[in-house]
Design a protein around this ligand. Structure first.
Ligand code: PMV
Length: 368
């Protein structure tokens, strides 16, 4: 019936019947971060990916958002107060105000609402974990829940998740994948009928049980602010000399990882995950101008992980975000081998020995 989610949510939002009463309310969601296995790098149009990506949603690294809202039809403007870790944060507040103004096209009731948003992360700011995925995921979920409360729409959880994923993407591309637990895919691929560039879908219906308890131990090599932001990195893909080859490779790797995930091929999975991580950084190195986010200790840790894998013959791999930290990916059944390896051989290369042990999680939770 609709050509796109953009059409669907624009049209549906126009048909809402506005209650002519004062409606205060509260909603709260926590949403985890995610780590990409097939990387999203480079955009087209507005917040659409050059290639599809696949990620694993984490369990412990989350953003927790609660919103107090006061809806009144006769009030014709949105107002926002934003608190991060109990303090009013003007920089974040401006970013979120701009975002809310943008998404009010799909949530027009926002233009009649006063919002007080309180947010915190379960991981320290200095952990070097990108919080935009978990925070835009959580924010999109609370906004959809407000729509559900005010209008009775989005009553099916699948509808709420679809719209939340669509809205989260408009804040930060990778955030759309955090709306689902387990493994998610974002981006159109002919391999999956329901895939789209406008929102993520859950991949859990194809996942082999061997991947159900994968761990991600995040080795904090550097917790400082990145020298080049992800947004700037995405932009550098626009005139990148190797962009076309990268996109072809990503589509190819996507096909392969879907087969690995479906048939429980852990060795093939590990090889793909590492290839994707190195390619992401190769794109940064060869951008114009090129830049380096890896640190000497990232390379040392990577080297040791590769040695450990070849000596032990275990499906232990690394992946990287747009930063220096190394994510060690392995199945929970190997914890008794991997923990001593981390403590004995890797933690010494981390900032203050910091390692965050996370693992695959079941996705966002509504708490209010
Ligand atoms: O969602 P953004 O715009 O912060 O970009 C995220 C890009 C990577 O983390 C490097 C890869 C990914 O797919 O998450």
């Amino acid at each position: 019936m609709f050509n796109s989610l953009e059409d669907k949510f624009s049209v549906q939002s126009k048909g809402l019947l506005y209650p002519d009463v004062y409606l205060p309310g509260q909603v709260g969601w926590e949403c985890p971060s995610n780590i990409a296995l097939i990387k999203y790098w480079g955009k087209k149009q507005f917040q659409q990916p050059l290639n599809p990506s696949v990620s694993m949603t984490l369990q412990r690294s989350k953003t927790v958002i609660s919103v107090e809202y006061f809806y009144q039809r006769k009030v014709k403007k949105m107002s926002l107060s934003y608190f991060f870790e109990e303090k009013q944060q003007p920089t974040f507040e401006d970013r979120y105000r701009q975002y809310l103004e943008h998404v009010s096209k799909y949530l027009p009731f926002l233009n009649h609402t006063e919002l007080v948003i309180k947010s915190h992360n379960t991981f320290p700011h200095s952990a070097g974990i990108a919080s935009s995925a978990s925070s835009f995921g959580a924010l999109a979920l609370v906004l959809c829940d407000m729509e559900r409360n005010l209008f009775g729409t989005l009553s099916e959880d699948s509808d709420l998740m679809e719209k939340a994923s669509f809205l989260a993407r408009l804040g930060s591309g990778s955030a759309c994948r955090s709306v689902y637990g387990g493994f998610s895919l974002w981006g159109r691929t002919e391999d999956l009928m329901s895939s789209t560039n406008e929102a993520a879908i859950s991949l859990n219906f194809i996942i082999h049980p061997v991947f159900s308890d994968y761990c991600d131990s995040i080795l904090i090599i550097d917790s400082g602010k990145k020298e080049v932001s992800s947004s700037a990195g995405h932009r550098l893909m626009e005139h990148h000399p190797y962009a076309a080859a990268r996109v072809t490779q990503a589509f190819d790797n996507l096909k392969k990882i879907l087969v690995s995930l479906q048939y429980g091929k852990e060795q093939a999975f590990s090889a793909l995950v590492e290839e994707e991580a190195l390619t992401l950084h190769a794109m940064m190195l060869t951008s114009q101008p090129g830049y380096i986010l890896l640190k000497p200790n990232s390379l040392e840790v990577i080297d040791r992980i590769r040695q450990f894998r070849s000596t032990m013959g275990m499906p232990v791999s690394f992946t990287l975000d747009a930063g220096a930290n190394v994510h060690l990916i392995y199945p929970a059944r190997l914890i008794s081998d991997v923990k001593p390896f981390i403590e004995g051989q890797l933690a010494g290369f981390c900032q203050k020995g910091k390692v965050i042990h996370d693992r695959i999680g079941t996705g966002p939770v509504k708490f209010l």
